[in-house]
Write a new protein. Structure first.
Length: 82
């Protein structure tokens, strides 16, 4: 798979799984192994970067929600009978 079109996290994981299966089944010849390992390394870096970015985005969103909630005061009590 080339990176000319935007690679998604799911596509990268799928490709990594295929590479791992090829290596584990020993169906890959040694001449191709080097290229597969290089590609796997690239895919792992790509996935780690995506995960890191997502984590930062989630933390930022949670922080913003926390700041907004703190500025609004406590939520009113729910007086409904259950």
């Amino acid at each position: 798979m080339t990176d000319k079109k935007k690679l998604s996290y799911s596509q990268a994981i799928g490709e990594l799984e295929r590479i791992i299966n090829e290596i584990e089944s020993e169906s890959i010849n040694i001449d191709v192994l080097t290229e597969k390992v290089k590609r796997a390394t690239h895919l792992i870096k790509f996935c780690k970067g995506n995960l890191r970015t997502t984590e930062e985005t989630v933390k930022k969103a949670l922080s913003e929600i926390g700041e907004k909630s703190a500025g609004e005061g406590p939520e009113p009590a729910d007086d409904r009978d259950f």
